[in-house]
Design a protein around this ligand. Structure first.
Ligand code: F6P
Length: 340
């Protein structure tokens, strides 16, 4: 078979190892692969690149994606959908591996519904794809925000300040949860929970009283009620760019005004999307990329390679793509055991 490969949506560590796994497994099974650049844009506009085993050498530890990515929606306009199908036919593809988060995989599902053989590989630093236990990118991105929090601890402790770290994660608080739990933050604010200002001020006051400084982790997706600044612009899938709301800076102002404790904030933003994937993400990306090819090889099109209970397996698109997965009650309970 000749199998197309694309990566769509926000980049994250693990995409390159996943591409590598797809290509090497496909070739090991006697297939060939062709890369499409910049997500669905590549299939729409016929932007290809060679993707043979020699092209994926050295990728296991490289951040980003050699294929490029975009948030192009291929089915927003009928003429775009037409172009996608034309490119497919021109290259005589026998199948496609789409590597991406909810948006990219929803578009892959739409292509599958239009009769094309497609399999999916879930990725996202947000860890919010429903059908898989974990997505690659999440542990690498959270390791970066944990490192940032520990740096803020040093400067916060030196100045006896409250330090607020705003992390990415859209409408799921997994990155904030991991950063707050892993870094023993005094307060961790997630989109899954209602903002409680008096509780936050109590947590900050107590931390400063007991250890001389306070650490607060806030997910970019929290709702602070009355909004500061402008709303973020939206991407092609209609998602607001949440970092433009600057909730971390807003929180710092509120904490300082409400408690009298000097407070500073930092927004980690895209810094946490770059860099080498951690070991777990390398292994997960490798397993899922290889499994996607196994699914294709077995004719199990219309499925997504996922991690369930430690095993990699295939799930139909509809089962893999429920509502975006948010932090559940068990995790919240664990989190609040430590931040009171
Ligand atoms: O979905 C991944 C993510 O990094 C989110 O956490 C964040 O809200 C968004 O992408 C940022 O998107 P962009 O890179 O398009 O600004």
């Amino acid at each position: 078979m000749k199998i197309g490969v694309l990566t769509g949506g926000g980049d994250c560590p693990g995409l390159n190892p996943a591409i590598r796994a797809v290509v090497l497994r496909a070739h090991a099974l006697g297939h060939t692969t062709l890369g499409f650049r910049d997500g669905w844009k590549g299939l729409r506009d016929d932007l290809t690149m060679p993707l043979a085993p020699a092209d994926v050498r050295g990728l296991i530890g490289r951040g980003g994606t050699i294929l490029g990515s975009s948030r192009t929606h291929p089915f927003q306009r009928p003429e775009d959908a037409e172009k996608v199908l034309t490119t497919w036919s021109k290259h005589r593809l026998d199948g496609l591996v789409a590597i991406g988060g909810d948006d990219t995989l929803s578009a892959a599902r739409e292509l599958a519904r239009r009769g094309r053989p497609v399999v999916g590989v879930p990725k996202t630093m947000d860890n919010d794809v429903d059908g898989t236990d974990w997505t690659f990118g999440f542990f690498s991105a959270s390791a970066v925000s944990l490192d940032a929090l520990e740096r803020l601890r040093d400067t916060g402790a030196s100045h006896h300040r409250a330090m607020v770290l705003e992390v990415m994660g859209r409408h799921a608080g997994w990155v904030a949860l991991a950063t707050g739990l892993g870094g023993a933050a005094d307060a961790t604010l997630l989109p899954e929970e209602k903002y409680d200002e008096s509780r936050l001020f109590d947590q900050v006051r107590r931390a400063v009283r007991e250890r001389g400084f306070a650490l607060v982790v806030a997910s970019e997706g929290i709702d602070l009620g009355e909004r500061r600044g402008r709303a973020g612009a939206a991407d092609e899938f209609g998602h607001e760019l949440l970092r433009e709301r600057e909730v971390g800076a807003e929180l710092a102002q509120r904490i300082q005004a409400g408690t009298g404790i000097e407070t500073r904030s930092a927004q980690i933003g895209h810094i946490q999307r770059g860099g080498a994937p951690v070991l777990f993400d390398r292994l997960l990306a490798t397993r899922l990329g290889a499994r996607a090819i196994d699914l294709a090889h077995a004719g199990r099109w219309g499925q997504v390679a996922v991690l369930r209970g430690g095993e990699v397996t295939g799930l139909p698109f509809d089962d893999a793509l429920g509502r975006p997965k948010q932090v559940n009650a068990d995790w919240l309970d664990l989190l609040h055991t430590f931040d009171g």
